[in-house]
Design a protein around this ligand. Structure first.
Ligand code: NAD
Ligand code: IPM
Ligand code: MN
Length: 365
C-alpha cells in the first residue's frame, strides 16, 4: 500500500531588487525536483520588504506575517533598498525594511540561525584566499537571532544621543548553546564560542553561561573561546580550523559575511533560522541593488537555502542532497560571473535543473 504523496505549503517572500530574482531561481529548481522526489509543494507569494511598504504601507504586512506562521516553511529572497540616501532609509525605525525582517524572525520565534560555510572540494580556486588556505573549510556558524543588541531596550536616536542596549537573558544563551553543541555532535564535535568578554559584561555573561551548559550537558564536545576581533583574523588565516562557531546576534551577522566569501562569493551562503514551529530560510546576502535586473545575481545562496528547507523544515533529506549535488555540479562546470564564470542567473539556474537526477529515492528514516 502506498501512502499519499506528502504536500507542503511554502510561503514565498521575494523582497526587493535581486530578492525576487534569486527566489524565482530557487523555486524553479524546487518545482523541477519535487515531482521527481515524490512530494508536492504549494507556493504562495506574499508582499514583504520595501515594495510592501510602497503598496501596503508596511514592510511586513499583518497578512504576510500570519500567512508565514500558518505555512510549513518560509522561503525568502532578500529585502531592502540601496545603502545610500533612499526614501526607505528615511522612514521611522519601525517602518524600515530591516525592522520587517527582524519582526518576522521574532514573530516566528526563530532564535537559531544556522549559516554553513563550506569550500566544496575541487572548487578551492573560486576562493579569494590561497587555495591551500581555503581548502577543507567546513564550518557552521550558529548565530543567535532574536536577542542581543538587535532587540535590546532602551534604544533611542535623538539629536543629542544614540543608544542601543545589548542584553541576553540566561535562557536565551542556554538554548543557543544547546543548538551549537548538538550540531557539533553531528560534525567534528568542536564548538568555538565567540564573544568580547574582555570588555563587555554581556559577553562575560554569555561566556559563563556557555561554559555552564557545556559542563553539565555536553562534556563530550570540545569547547574553546575567542574574542571576536581575533576570530575575524583566524577566519581568514585558517578557516579550516573551525567546526561550529556560536555567537551573539551582531557578531554572527558580521562574521558570517566575512566567512561567506571564503568559498568565493557572498552570493553562495545559505541560512536556516530555526527554533519555532515554522522555519525561515534565506540567503545571507542582501538585495544587492547594484546588480539587480541584469541577470547577474548568484542564485546559489537561495538554492542552498531551499535545500536547507527540504532538510530541516520538510524532512526531505534525499531531495536536499540531490539539490546540493546539482548546485555543486553546475558550479564546477561554469559558475556565475561573481565567481569568474560566464553564466548569468537564468543560464546557471537552467544548468542546476539539468543536473538534477531524474528521480530521487527517499531514504527510509
Ligand atoms: P548586499 O549583500 O546586498 O551586497 C553586498 C555586495 O555583495 C554587493 O556588491 C552585491 O552586488 C554583492 N552580492 C550580494 N548578493 C549577491 C549575489 N547573490 N550574487 C552576486 N553578488 C552579490 O549588502 P548591502 O549592499 O550592504 O545591502 C543592500 C540592502 O540589502 C540593504 O538594504 C540591506 O539592509 C539589505 N540586506 C538584506 C538582507 C536580507 O534580506 N536578509 C541581508 C543583508 C542585507
Ligand atoms: C542578515 C542581514 C540582516 C541582519 C539585516 C538586513 C536586518 O544583514 O540577515 O544578515 O542584520 O540580520
Ligand atoms: Mn548580514
Amino acid at each position: 500500500m502506498s501512502a499519499a504523496a506528502p504536500s507542503y505549503r511554502v510561503a514565498l517572500l521575494p523582497g526587493d531588487f535581486i530578492g525576487p530574482e534569486v527566489l524565482d531561481a530557487a523555486v524553479e529548481a524546487l518545482a523541477a525536483l519535487a515531482p521527481r522526489a515524490g512530494f508536492t509543494l504549494e507556493f504562495e507569494r506574499h508582499p514583504f520588504g520595501g515594495n510592501a511598504y510602497d503598496t501596503h504601507a508596511h514592510p511586513l504586512p499583518e497578512a504576510t506575517k500570519e500567512a508565514c506562521a500558518h505555512s510549513d516553511a518560509v522561503l525568502m529572497g532578500s529585502a531592502g533598498g540601496p545603502v545610500g540616501d533612499h526614501p526607505w532609509n528615511r522612514l521611522p525605525r519601525e517602518l524600515r525594511v530591516e525592522s520587517g525582517i527582524l519582526g518576522l524572525r521574532k514573530h516566528l520565534g526563530v532564535f537559531a540561525n544556522l549559516r554553513p560555510v563550506a569550500v566544496f572540494p575541487g572548487l578551492e580556486h573560486l576562493s579569494p584566499l590561497k587555495p591551500e588556505v581555503a581548502s577543507r573549510t567546513d564550518m557552521l556558524i550558529v548565530r543567535e537571532l532574536t536577542g542581543g543588541i538587535y532587540f535590546g531596550k532602551p534604544s533611542e536616536n535623538t539629536p543629542q544621543r544614540g543608544l542601543s542596549t545589548d542584553v541576553y537573558e540566561r535562557f536565551e544563551v542556554e538554548r543557543i548553546a544547546r543548538v551549537a553543541f548538538e550540531a557539533a555532535r553531528l560534525r567534528r564535535a568542536r564548538v568555538t564560542s565567540v564573544d568580547k568578554a574582555n570588555v563587555l559584561d554581556v559577553s562575560q555573561f554569555w561566556r559563563d553561561v556557555v561554559i555552564g551548559v557545556h559542563q553539565s550537558e555536553f562534556a563530550d564536545v570540545a569547547l574553546d573561546h575567542l574574542y571576536v576581533d581575533n576570530a575575524a583574523m583566524q577566519l581568514v588565516r585558517e578557516p579550516a580550523g573551525f567546526d561550529v562557531i556560536v555567537t551573539a546576534n551582531l557578531f554572527g551577522d558580521i562574521l558570517s559575511d566575512l566567512a561567506a566569501v571564503i568559498p568565493g562569493s557572498l552570493g553562495l551562503l545559505p541560512s536556516a533560522s530555526l527554533g519555532g514551529p515554522v522555519g525561515l530560510y534565506e540567503p545571507v546576502h542582501g538585495s544587492a541593488p547594484d546588480i539587480a535586473g541584469q541577470d547577474l545575481a548568484n542564485p546559489v545562496g537561495a538554492m542552498l537555502s531551499a535545500a536547507m528547507m527540504l532538510r530541516h523544515g520538510l524532512g526531505q533529506e534525499a531531495a536536499a542532497d540531490a539539490l546540493e549535488a546539482a548546485v555543486k555540479l553546475a558550479l564546477a562546470d561554469d559558475p556565475t560571473r561573481d565567481l569568474g564564470g560566464s553564466r548569468g542567473t537564468s543560464a546557471f539556474t537552467a544548468a542546476v535543473i539539468a543536473a538534477l537526477p531524474s528521480s530521487v529515492e527517499a531514504v527510509p528514516a
